[in-house]
Design a protein around this ligand. Structure first.
Ligand SMILES: [Zn+2]
Length: 378
């Protein structure tokens, strides 16, 4: 029997556990509930795989969870997160339910189903004694991905440098369930402009308008967008000035920049460091930088994708496509350590971060089998 049909037979218990996990609220910024969620995953992992689960103490957010299975030399890293964007009480307001072959509930798609699929993939490998002796699987389940992984980033990087491959349990790209072979990197900057204030009626010529200076900078910054190479610059927030009759001596902007390659990230950092005022008497201060490095589609990543495609075709009879996105994940950190990383190995569904969030139940066995195959054969 195939892994997929094994999983099909376990769907009842899978759904029971999925419901339990969705009904436990786990917002990023609530340590107590985060810890409770970590404890729940630790228990399920140990029970289902016979592996070990270590809680890594965290002062601010829920404890991180590091689960391991096997003791071989070659380490395979699986990366997920248990935090959701939903506040406490959301599960009670909008409980888990199943309708028309879909499961709904807060965090079901991003990414409680993905994490549970990973645990089942390892459970099935273990049960069939198909985890290669020379491998060790490390499953990291983080508590703070939805707020930028402030405390899990180093953990991901420390694990990534010892791994031969990393698989990220974020959802694939719809409508065809493509895995992600690249993600853009992201940078965030703040530009502060200081000018000289003056009475707009009496002394207009004595003023230096911080708003005019910022407007010129915004035009320049937006001109850096280049869809061909995948670079986007977005000034997403501005403020400044105190009244229409005052030449503004202060203005500021928040800027989001995305890029596809490491070389482009370096170039953009230089561009931002070289910003200079265009108006005499204006002063510019630029702070910020790269937040997540790009997950660049290297030849190693392409090879990992070809393996996934082969497994999907041989074992599931589907043609697995690849895609990329401007959105970031912990895959960015893993890939930047130089290890081949494949993202989008979680559950299929839709509407992440929306109350309409759901997963497709009929895809769960196939996706679980795909991940199991990758862990076995990578
Ligand atoms: Zn996510």
């Amino acid at each position: 029997m195939s892994v997929q049909s094994d999983m099909q037979e376990k769907m009842d218990e899978f759904l029971q556990l999925l419901e339990e996990s969705v009904m436990l609220d786990s917002p990023s910024c609530d340590k107590r509930h985060g810890d409770r969620m970590a404890e729940w995953y630790a228990r399920q992992f140990v029970r289902l795989t016979g592996g070990t689960a270590e809680r890594i103490a965290n002062e601010t957010y829920g404890d991180q969870l590091r689960c391991t299975l096997g003791s071989g030399e070659k380490r395979v890293l699986l990366i997920g997160h248990y935090d959701t964007v939903w506040p406490l009480g959301e599960a009670a307001r909008r409980p888990f339910h199943i309708r028309d072959g879909k499961a709904y509930g807060p965090g079901v798609y991003d990414m409680k189903a993905g994490v549970l699929q990973a645990i089942y993939a390892l459970h099935l490998l273990q049960e069939r004694d198909r985890l290669p002796r020379d491998k060790q699987v490390v499953l990291l389940i983080n508590s703070d991905e939805e707020i930028g992984s402030p405390t899990s980033r180093t953990l991901v990087e420390q694990e990534a440098i010892h791994a031969m491959a990393a698989f990220v349990l974020e959802p694939p790209t719809e409508p065809n369930g493509a895995v992600k072979t690249w993600r853009k990197g992201s940078a965030h900057y703040r530009v502060v402009v200081e000018g000289v204030s003056a009475h707009a009626g009496v002394d207009h010529e004595k003023g230096v308008s911080a708003i005019e200076e910022l407007a010129r900078q915004i035009m320049y910054l937006h001109s850096l967008t280049d869809y061909e190479i995948g670079t986007t610059v977005n000034v997403g927030m501005i403020k400044g000035g105190i009244g229409a009759n005052v030449v503004a001596d202060y203005a500021e902007a928040e800027i989001d920049i995305r890029m596809r390659t490491t070389a482009e990230a370096v170039r953009l950092e230089e561009v931002m460091a070289r910003l200079t005022p265009q108006l005499a008497g204006a002063k510019l201060t630029v702070t910020g930088g790269i937040r997540r490095p790009p997950m660049q589609r290297t030849e190693q990543i392409a090879a990992l994708y070809r393996l996934a495609k082969m497994i999907a075709y041989e074992e599931l009879g589907i043609v697995l496509e690849e895609s990329g996105t401007g959105g970031v994940s912990d895959g960015n950190f893993a890939a930047a350590c130089g290890i081949p990383t494949l993202d989008g190995l979680g559950a299929r569904g839709g509407f992440a971060h929306s109350p309409h969030e759901f997963i497709y139940l009929h895809d769960v066995p196939g996706r679980t089998a795909l991940l199991a195959g990758l862990v076995e054969r990578c």
